[in-house]
Design a binder for this molecule. Structure first.
Ligand code: HEC
Length: 158
């Protein structure tokens, strides 16, 4: 048997640079990935991320301002008066002095901060005060409160 040259040569061309870079890049990424997302190495955990997000959204909720943006705003108070007459006067009286509902110019048992008063109107109170949140929404709840306070706190005519 004699060696006959079959015409097929082994390729000696070098691996293209781009392929090499890509390969090394992927290998490095794989190491980084495994390292970063394996809890024993990096302390990464789904639970921790969840806790962090929860904490930051709790902080955001606390920051919701419970301060009436319409306090002493004449235009909002005028609108609030209309809302009051349509929704509240039947129980609390046209002059706010009470009826079925309590006197809105006297001491409040559920608290007298903006937040307390807002929640009384928005969510209602046990002893027969319906919640108006669904009907009025946030904005109009503040407006009717601005009207109530214009009489209650600032002595304006009802
Ligand atoms: C169906 C009758 C009724 C209507 C309508 C009504 N209220 Fe009341 N409201 C009551 C009663 C009754 C209470 C007392 C609840 C209690 O003592 O638990 C009350 C309580 C309140 C309180 C809390 C008072 C306190 O002592 O802390 C506020 C503020 C208030 N109402 C505002 C309003 C406003 C503003 C509206 C209109 C958007 C309105 N209410 C509509 C019956 C009504």
């Amino acid at each position: 048997m004699s060696d006959t040259f079959d015409g097929i040569k082994e390729g000696h061309s070098r691996i293209p640079k781009g392929v090499m870079v890509l390969f090394i890049g992927l290998a490095a990424w794989a190491v980084w990935y495994v390292f970063s997302f394996t809890p024993t190495f990096s302390g990464w955990s789904q639970g921790k991320i969840y806790e962090e997000r929860l904490a930051s959204s709790r902080a955001a909720v606390k920051e919701i301002p419970y301060e009436n943006p319409y306090e002493k705003d004449p235009k909002a108070i005028a609108e609030g008066k209309g809302i009051y007459e349509a929704n509240c006067a039947s129980c609390h009286g046209a002059n706010l002095k009470g009826g079925v509902g309590n006197d809105l110019t006297a001491h409040f048992k559920y608290g007298e901060t903006d937040k307390d008063k807002y929640l009384s109107i928005f969510s209602g109170r046990g002893g027969g005060m319906p919640g108006f949140g669904d009907q009025l929404g946030r904005d109009r709840t503040w407006k009717v409160l601005a009207y109530m306070d214009s009489v209650r706190e600032y002595g304006m005519k009802p």
